[in-house]
Design a protein. Structure first.
Ligand SMILES: Nc1nc2c(c(=O)[nH]1)N[C@H]1C(S)=C(S)[C@@H](COP(=O)(O)OP(=O)(O)OC[C@H]3O[C@@H](n4cnc5c(N)ncnc54)[C@H](O)[C@@H]3O)O[C@H]1N2
Ligand code: MOO
Length: 394
């Protein structure tokens, strides 16, 4: 069996970035910028006031000095004249600072009577002017590829860029397999269960910037399976769920083993996830995930998130791990990497990571209670509470 790292490298080698399309900024949520964008203007485009008050000459603010208010500068409506000695202009936050002014006196620091203000004896020392281009200059860029976050979407809008080149959302076809499966809301017979893996994986896929296509459930016969796989035409990636192992009805496993799939690998030294496979079906990249619900989801995190990132043109890399302190003693690990469902919690300033006692790969309730996958390398010796461990946050 190959290692998780080797398997991930082979999965990523099957995939290329999608093509680039242009979208409007209103549709940019969670997309990935494919080419740099360039600011069309300075921000702010003019020196502007940071406070509500009066635009003044800084040399004229002696205690009890009086200044004549000669006009108003509001956000969106500037004062067109120039401030001369003894004068000031009423100004509001965001408004252009008039010619001749080099400071904003906040309104709390003066009293006004008619068109005259009197400066208080004890005033704030800040100037409250935001210089033109203080945030960024015209011509400054946001590099690509980069995931579009709320803040860089706002930044790009401020740059006066409306149309953005982004990677097309990869389409991932999800094929649940098994005679025992029915759709939620259907009435299962006594031998049937509700198909859940496809919905969990759909949520995982869509929350990482791809589109999931839910296919009809494939039954445990070759005709049904190939009919559904053929319906995946046009997808960037096919993900099958279940039927990956060695039982008589595990048809994906058979296809991987007998070469019906253009198989890159079959079986990985990981727990859960041993029967994982990858290859191509009629030219389309395919990842076959095991059917146990937790195995499906864990493999989804470990392989599909990096796969989606690769298809979105982002760096090809495994999920980033973090270090925590183990909360309990653990016996030696077996020959497979173990992705243990765990709970991490900050206690006395330390991140304590404690794996759940029950690690069976059918237990979705345990997976749901977990906030981390604690990773144990193959054949790692026994560990004691207090040892450093690696984990991936969920
Ligand atoms: N003799 C051996 N048996 C098994 C081995 C092995 O090495 N030798 N490996 C075990 C491991 S590890 C895993 S993981 C499972 C994986 O099996 P399959 O991928 O073939 O999965 P299925 O048999 O189809 O299903 C397993 C389990 O999960 C349920 N399931 C399947 N699909 C869904 C779905 N869409 N939603 C909810 N639940 C689903 C299914 O009903 C089964 O209970 O094989 C072991 N066996
Ligand atoms: O590898 Mo299986 O996915 O352990 O349950």
């Amino acid at each position: 069996m190959i290692s998780v790292d080797e398997a991930l490298a082979q999965v990523l080698a099957l995939l290329s970035p999608t093509d680039i399309e242009t979208i409007e900024i209103r549709d940019a949520t969670a997309r990935v910028l494919a080419q740099p964008v360039i600011a069309k203007r300075d921000q702010p485009p003019f020196a502007s006031s940071a406070m509500d008050g009066y635009a003044v000459k800084s040399g004229e603010l002696d205690p009890y000095a009086q200044l004549l208010v000669i006009g108003e500068s509001a956000a969106g409506n500037r004062f067109d004249g120039t401030i001369k000695a003894g004068q000031c202009v009423r100004i509001f936050t965001g408004a252009p600072v008039p010619e001749g002014a080099d400071r904003i006196l906040i309104q709390e620091d003066c009293t006004r009577s008619g068109n005259v203000i009197t400066v208080n004896p004890d005033i704030d020392t800040a100037h409250y002017i935001r210089p033109a281009g203080g945030d960024f200059r015209a011509g400054s860029t946001i590099d690509a590829p980069t995931p579009l976050t709320p803040s860089n979407i706002a930044l790009i809008a401020t740059m006066n860029v409306n149309e953005l080149p982004v990677y097309r959302k990869p389409v991932i076809a999800l094929v649940a397999t098994g005679d025992e499966l029915v759709h939620p809301s259907e009435t299962p017979n006594q031998d049937q269960i509700i198909s859940s893996n496809n919905f969990g994986l759909k949520a995982l896929i869509e929350s990482h910037g791809a589109t999931a296509r839910l296919l009809p459930i494939a039954r445990d016969d070759m005709d049904s399976l190939t009919t559904v796989l053929d319906l995946c035409e046009g997808a960037d990636l096919i993900v099958t769920l279940g039927g990956a192992s060695v039982g008589d009805h595990d048809l994906m496993g058979k296809m991987a083993a007998d070469g019906t799939l253009d198989t890159e690998f079959y079986k990985v030294a990981m727990r859960p996830g041993k029967p994982l496979m990858a290859g191509r079906y009629k030219g389309t990249p395919l990842i076959g995930l095991p059917g146990n619900p937790v195995s499906s989801l864990v493999c989804g995190y470990v392989f599909l998130i990096p796969a989606i990132r690769a298809m979105l043109g982002l760096p090809r890399a495994a999920l980033a791990t973090q270090t925590a302190t183990l909360g309990i003693d653990l016996p030696a690990n077996g020959p497979r990497s173990h992705y243990m469902r765990a709970h991490c919690e900050i206690t006395d300033g330390q991140n304590i990571c404690t794996p759940f006692e029950r690690q069976d790969s059918s237990l979705l309730s345990v997976m749901t209670a977990a906030n981390a996958l604690m990773i144990r390398p193959p054949n790692q010796g026994a560990l004691s509470a207090g040892d450093d461990v690696q984990f991936v946050p969920l």
